[in-house]
Design a protein around this ligand. Structure first.
Ligand code: PD2
Ligand code: ZN
Length: 306
């Protein structure tokens, strides 16, 4: 669930509190996503709304919505009923405070360089130091092999022409550096270390790319139930840039025409609350034009990934 907007200073006075279009839209989105009213109320309280104000806002917004009196500005009416979609899952959300300039990652403060709400994409600066990036590359380099992806019919692994990089996985907690990075990710994203897959390091030589795809496991594919037994669905991804290619190699989000430049030490986070294209989480690694590109990817699961 994303976070609701924070109240303005005067918001605790119920009779004076206008319910902003932004808050109304957020409340309707939570209801459409099938999130329980209690969880919605808790999120509003955590964002600073008084309980009675939050309850009033929810009741009036949903009553208006159900009686069809909401205007178009209250949010897009999707063509497809929410009932046809897979149920919404809880996703990591780095923001305790919306519009924060810096977020706490435990052993460092991480600047928020850009944030998009739908789809949820957040770009962080200074997530790893130069020395940490270099140490990760040095530890991964001797263990690189042509990247595999999950085979959709069996749940095993296979070579994929859409992914022309080389990569390797570090087991969770493989060494002190990996453990420290994993703890940093867990604090920043407020998601348990145990729900993370092992950190993957990828190297893209010139012309290599990762064609646009979704990171969740497609429920229509025969191999998916096998994959989901261990940790459930993927619900979010953090891509960390370990070096800077001379040209190309951005991470692209074609549905929203957004591209993140691969700047060393920076990271891009995105979440997807259901395994469905309506999340607009389609993304790819654009071809590297000159130089090479190194990244580390952390995929976050619904549950413990043991
Ligand atoms: O290297 C990238 O930018 C990229 C793009 C899309 C990485 C991944 N997906 C991934 O590791 O899932
Ligand atoms: Zn991906």
């Amino acid at each position: 669930m994303s976070s609701p907007a924070e109240p303005h200073a005067a918001s605790t006075a119920l009779h004076r509190q206008p319910i902003s279009a932004e808050l109304r839209q957020w409340i309707v989105e939570q209801a459409r996503a099938g999130i329980a009213p209690d969880a919605v109320l808790h999120a509003m309280e955590a964002a600073g709304w008084a309980e009675d104000v939050a309850l009033h806002a929810m009741e009036t917004t949903l009553a208006d919505h159900l009686s069809g009196t909401m205007r178009e500005s209250d949010g897009p009416i999707e063509g497809k009923a929410a009932d046809d979609l897979p149920p919404a899952l809880l996703v990591p959300d780095p923001f305790g405070i919306e519009q924060a300039l810096y977020l706490d990652a435990g052993d460092r403060r991480v600047p928020v360089l850009a944030a998009l709400h739908k789809p949820r994409i957040v770009v962080f600066g200074n997530f790893l130091s130069d020395a940490e990036c270099e140490a990760l590359i040095a530890a991964a380099r001797p263990r690189l092999a042509r990247s595999l992806t999950v085979a959709v019919d069996t749940g095993g692994e296979e070579l994929n022409a859409d992914r022309t990089s080389e990569g390797m996985f570090f087991e969770r907690g493989a060494n002190a550096l990996i453990g420290q990075i994993e703890a940093r990710i867990a604090t920043l994203l407020k998601w348990p270390v145990e729900n993370g897959e092992g950190l993957q390091v990828l190297r893209y030589p010139p012309r290599a790319e990762y064609k646009p795809h979704y990171d969740y496991f497609d429920p229509q594919q025969a191999g998916t139930p096998v994959v989901l037994k261990r940790g459930g669905q993927r619900v979010a991804t953090l891509i960390i840039y370990l070096n800077e290619p001379e040209q190309g190699g951005g991470t692209v989000f074609p549905d929203v025409h957004f591209e993140v430049g691969p700047k060393r030490g920076n990271a891009v986070f995105f979440s997807y609350d259901r395994p469905h294209p309506s999340t607009q989480s389609l993304h790819g690694g654009a071809p590297v034009v000159r130089g090479e590109k190194w990244i580390a990817t952390k995929w976050l699961r619904e549950r413990r990934f043991d």
